[in-house]
Every structure is written in structure tokens, then in C-alpha cells.
Design a binder for this molecule. Structure first.
Ligand SMILES: [Zn+2]
Length: 327
């Protein structure tokens, strides 16, 4: 027996049946890709297939499609995105980046029932790890759902707001747009609020405007996409700020922030208030996090992170939980 590379449960195979279902429509895909990780010798293979793929931050993404049980690099419109260890030596614990993303996505869905893109860990032929995720915007027949991220929706781009445009704005702004575009806005806003608290608790300092999107389903309605790109970024870039965006305009003037220099329970309660989430519901969402500390720890310890990074991850969570417990 081993642990499934998708959900960590004990499994006879690399991917358990339920992970195979959501990732590969039940196909027995190997956890070992048929090609090596990007390196000096095979760079052309990857570049040839990545012409139209965007590079978000420093993480390269490759497009894959599946033919029966094989995953094959393709130029565009693949059903999967593959994210190898980033080739950036200034990141700390760089080899843990793929598993950090995989663990964090699993924690969001397993521990907090946050709707996430299907994901797993996979290995290149040379045993280098990579994060793999199934695209939710591509249908089986290859057609794409219309999708817009919140940089597009708030009309921010490099020409209008400079190189750091995606770090410009607040989560409140995103919430107001959800209210405006999404039919069942109340439930969606509560889920969005939970995701923001989650990102804070697990120290994701890179949840910027492009990491949230609306998608238009067949019925023509817009909704928030499943969560993607979740990671405890502080492990790799310890000097970045706690959140990529402010919670709301003027959040730093509130008493808690003015006293402690960071967000606390009252900061998130104020954000919930601005979203129109009733107090009891907001409290219930926030209080899930300290209540699930042990479940988070169990999953972190079951992950494929290095022992050192597991400890760091757990300690960081502990620190953040203290803040959201404090008024
Ligand atoms: Zn599984």
C-alpha cells in the first residue's frame, strides 16, 4: 500500500479510483510522465509546446492532453496544466513548490470543502516532481467556457496600472463584482469569503486579481471558478506581505491593524460585513479554521513535503490562527 498522489488516502495504485475518476475519467494514467523535467538538453521540446502558455510570476506552466493512459505535451487547449519545480534558485525550498501547491489545494477541498480544480502530484521520467491540475475551462470536446479573471473584470492591465497591476485593488472590490455578476451571489460570496480567510491562514501571499475568475457555464450564468493556484507562498518567499491585495479600502486604519500591524478577527469580520454576510454566518466561517487545526496538521504530515517544510507549514498556520482568534 502507498498513499494516493492525489488525495493521500491509502491506495494500491499511485492514484486511487476516486482521484482517477476526477482527474483522468478513470483511465489508468501512470504517475511517471514519459519525458524528463525541463533541462538544458530538452528545452526545445518544452519551448516548442509552450509558445502560447503564459508565465504567471516565476512558475512555468505546460499544457498537456491525454491520449488513453498517456499524458502528452501540447501547444494549447490541453486538458491539464503541469507545473514543474520553478527554475528560480532564489526561492527557498524550491523542490517543495509542486507539493506545496498540491497539499494546499487538497487541504482547501478536504478540510474546508472549498471547491477546487482537480489536482495531484506527478513525476517526470527523471523523478522530478510536478503539480498537475485539470483545467475546468476546457470541455471534453475541446471547446472552452468563457472565463474572465478579476484583473480583466476591474480593467487593470500593465498599460493602465503598471507592472504590478494584479496586486492593485482589494478583496472587497472582487466581492462587489461577484454581487453584480453572479446569480446566487449570497452563497458564492460566502465561499469567496471562506477562501480569503483560508489564504490568510495558510499564508498565501499571492492571491492576486488574476487568481480569481468568473466563468460562464452552458446556462449562460456567471459563477466563481473553482479555486486554483493555492499555495503557502511564505515558505518560498518569506519577505512578501501577508495578502496580495488589501481586504478593503482603509483596512490598515482599523484599530486591530493599527495596534498589531496585521489583520485579525475584526478585520475579516468587517470584510464579511461589507459583503453583506450576516454576523453569525461570518463567525461560523472564521471559527472553522481554529476548530480544524488538527485536521490540517494531519494532512500536512501525510503530505509529500520535506520534514522541514512540514514543520514550517504547521508553525505558520499556528501563528495565523492566533491572529484570527484574537479580536
Ligand atoms: Zn486519491
Amino acid at each position: 500500500m502507498m498513499n494516493c498522489l492525489g488525495c493521500y488516502t491509502e491506495s494500491k495504485e499511485a492514484y486511487c479510483l476516486s482521484c482517477r475518476k476526477i482527474l483522468f475519467d478513470k483511465a489508468k494514467v501512470s504517475s511517471l510522465l514519459a519525458f524528463d523535467a525541463p533541462n538544458i538538453n530538452n528545452r526545445d521540446l518544452f519551448q516548442e509546446h509552450s509558445k502560447r502558455m503564459s508565465i504567471s510570476g516565476v512558475q512555468l506552466k505546460y499544457s498537456l492532453h491525454r491520449e488513453k493512459t498517456s499524458l502528452i505535451l501540447c501547444e494549447k487547449d490541453g486538458h491539464y496544466l503541469l507545473k514543474p519545480v520553478p527554475p528560480i534558485r532564489t526561492l527557498l525550498y524550491v523542490n517543495d513548490v509542486p507539493e506545496n501547491e498540491h497539499l494546499t489545494m487538497q487541504m482547501a477541498s478536504q478540510v474546508f470543502q472549498i471547491n477546487t480544480a482537480a489536482n495531484a502530484l506527478i513525476y517526470f521520467r527523471d523523478k522530478e516532481p510536478a503539480y498537475i491540475t485539470r483545467r475546468f475551462d476546457v470541455r471534453n470536446d475541446g471547446r472552452k467556457y468563457q472565463q474572465e479573471d478579476f484583473a480583466q473584470l476591474t480593467r487593470r492591465s500593465k498599460p493602465t496600472h503598471g507592472a504590478a497591476f494584479k496586486y492593485n485593488g482589494t478583496y472587497e472590490e472582487i466581492g462587489l463584482l461577484i454581487k453584480q455578476y453572479v446569480g446566487a451571489a449570497r452563497a458564492v460570496l460566502e465561499n469567496f469569503f471562506k477562501l480569503i480567510v483560508f489564504n490568510y491562514v495558510i499564508s498565501n501571499g499571492d492571491a492576486h486579481l488574476k487568481n480569481f475568475s468568473l466563468i460562464r457555464r452552458e446556462n449562460g450564468e456567471y459563477t466563481l471558478t473553482p479555486a486554483y493556484d493555492l499555495m503557502s507562498t511564505v515558505i518560498h518567499t518569506p519577505n512578501e506581505s501577508d495578502t496580495a491585495l488589501g481586504l478593503y479600502e482603509g483596512d490598515m486604519d482599523a484599530p486591530f491593524y493599527a495596534t498589531y500591524g496585521c489583520y485579525g478577527r475584526s478585520s475579516f469580520m468587517e470584510l464579511a460585513n461589507r459583503f453583506g454576510i450576516v454576523e453569525a454566518r461570518a463567525l461560523r466561517i472564521i471559527d472553522q479554521f481554529p476548530a480544524k487545526e488538527e485536521s490540517m496538521k494531519t494532512l500536512i504530515n501525510a503530505s509529500f513535503l520535506s520534514e522541514e517544510v512540514k514543520k514550517l507549514y504547521i508553525n505558520n498556520v499556528k501563528e495565523k490562527l492566533k491572529r484570527i482568534i484574537a479580536a
